[in-house]
Design a binder for this molecule. Structure first.
Ligand code: GDP
Length: 466
């Protein structure tokens, strides 16, 4: 990945047609580009962070489009550099023409196309955002439920980073105490007792545990649950999906990368995205009419293998058939199974959950909704969701690993402290070292001590123009 500091440009709005479209340019000094694209006269009138209506010009003076130009002068911009935003009409061709014109006008100062996430990477390098906030930008854009979006927006505003920073500060204060004692071994004070180092350490561990819990729950909002819905035609699979989706269906969007897989639908339960693969839509790959469909089918089967839960649906008023056995045989061996006995309004069963060795059996009716809550609760239970009312951090795997590792180092520190009632210097050494490592792990969340390689990986997953 190329992260030189030359000026960059990209179309910042989503591909396709829209009311407006934005081309964004960022660099150390953009005055030559502004002058070329906005015309020398108008360029002189641009007030920083004020919108100016003008014509975007070609090099021969002809008009590409008319719209708003906004100049964010360094350092008061998203990236911390000079930023020019050109808001024109949202057509793919006109935006492409505008982008090309910017690249042409900026050629002499080395203007090039931005790479994915490069604007946000610059914001990070110029300390406009820390790493957790930068990740929250991508998470906000990709959020598939309202709860996930709210949580990402909170992280973006710095709530998660502040919690982490507070923890880091407490670890630093404790380290300073320990290291001061290490510097004066002749004083032989019982450092651990006098300064209540153990008490401080316990307090830090408690907070860390709490943050981990809020982050692990928040990660569920981000990653959701993948379920496979299987069953014979007419057992009520579509009815079940509709019942699960309820009135929230309108604000649910398909997760990235699944939009072409028509058989995957995303619904939500308590804000957690639930990606449902409906096997009714999976045809035999041999029957596929073209290559694209065949690839789609293969991808769907791959998704089935990764499912967290298999939901096998039956008609309670008819019982299982031989086809049901065949369906079940195709599923991964170790995935948990929920067997739904639907249409209990016809069969006379009562709504119930029955946890058996082979599967959790749930009796419900998708049309009169009896027993639907049992299913919702069971799905949430399977992924470990607990509604606590606390704010949740939309954590990524990377954050959870760092928190866990920091926790382990604090645990080691506590062990050294416990063994050391006589307070000897070598054990204090080890205590201090574990604190240092815990601090390093925590700081990696907000981006201190983060390798360039990791930064490259994180930002390359952003969309272009962000
Ligand atoms: P799918 O083919 O598995 O997707 O099944 P559908 O959801 O299309 O349902 C097939 C038929 O069964 C429809 O006429 C539904 O109205 C009906 N149905 C679905 N669930 C229930 C239920 O719980 N009770 C009753 N009485 N009918 C149901």
């Amino acid at each position: 990945m190329n992260f030189d500091s030359s000026p960059i440009a990209a179309i910042a709005t989503a591909p396709g047609r829209g009311g407006i479209g934005v081309v964004r340019v960022s660099g150390k000094n953009l005055s030559s580009i502004i002058e070329a694209v906005c015309g020398p006269e108008k360029a002189g009138t641009l007030q920083p962070r004020h919108a100016t209506y003008l014509s975007f010009l070609n090099d021969d003076g002809s008009v590409i489009d008319q719209g708003l130009a906004i100049h964010f002068k360094a350092p008061h911009s998203y990236t911390g550099e000079d930023v020019l935003e050109l808001q024109g009409h949202g057509g793919p061709i006109v935006l492409q023409m505008l982008l090309s014109r910017c690249l042409q006008a900026g050629a002499e100062i080395g203007l090039r196309m931005a790479q994915p996430g490069e604007f946000t990477h610059r914001a990070f390098l110029n300390e406009k955002l820390d790493l957790a906030q930068a990740e929250a930008v991508a998470d906000l854009i990709e959020a598939s439920t309202e709860a996930a979006a709210k949580s990402a927006s909170q992280s973006l505003s710095g709530a998660f980073s502040k919690t982490i920073q507070d923890l880091v500060d407490r670890v630093i204060r404790l380290r300073m105490l320990v290291e001061a004692t290490l510097d004066f071994p002749e004083e032989e004070i019982d450092f651990l007792q006098q300064s209540d180092a153990r008490g401080q350490l316990d307090g830090i561990r408690d907070t860390l545990q709490q943050v981990f819990k809020q982050s692990a729950q928040g990660a569920l909002l981000r990653d959701g649950l993948n379920i496979v819905l299987a069953g014979q035609p007419n057992v009520g699979k579509s009815s079940l999906l509709n019942a699960l989706a309820g009135s929230d269906v309108a604000i649910v969007t398909p997760i990235a990368g699944t939009t072409r897989d028509k058989v995957i639908e995303t619904i939500q339960i308590e804000g957690i995205p639930i990606n449902v693969i409906d096997t009714a839509g999976i045809r035999n790959a041999a029957d596929a009419s073209d290559e694209v469909e065949r690839i789609g089918i293969e991808r769907t089967w791959a998704a089935v293998q990764k499912a967290d839960v298999i939901v096998h649906m039956l008609d309670a008023s008819r019982g299982p058939t031989r086809e049901d056995e065949e369906i079940v045989e195709r599923f991964p061996v170790n995935a948990p199974v929920i067997r739904i006995w639907n249409k209990i309004d016809l069969s006379g069963h009562r709504p119930a959950v029955d946890r058996m060795p082979d599967a959790t059996h749930i009796y419900l009716s998708a049309t009169d909704l009896a027993g639907m809550d049992l299913l919702r609760t069971e799905l949430l239970r399977l992924i470990g969701w607990q509604q606590t009312g606390e704010s949740l951090y939309l954590a990524r795997e990377r954050h959870l690993i760092a928190l866990k590792s920091a926790h382990d180092h604090l645990e080691m520190a506590a062990q050294h402290a416990a063994h050391d009632s006589e307070t000897t210097t070598p054990a204090l050494d080890l205590f201090a070292e574990e604190l240092r490592l815990a601090q390093e792990r925590l700081s990696s969340i907000t981006g201190e001590f983060t390798s360039d390689d990791l930064l490259g990986v994180i930002f390359s997953r952003f969309c272009i123009g962000k």
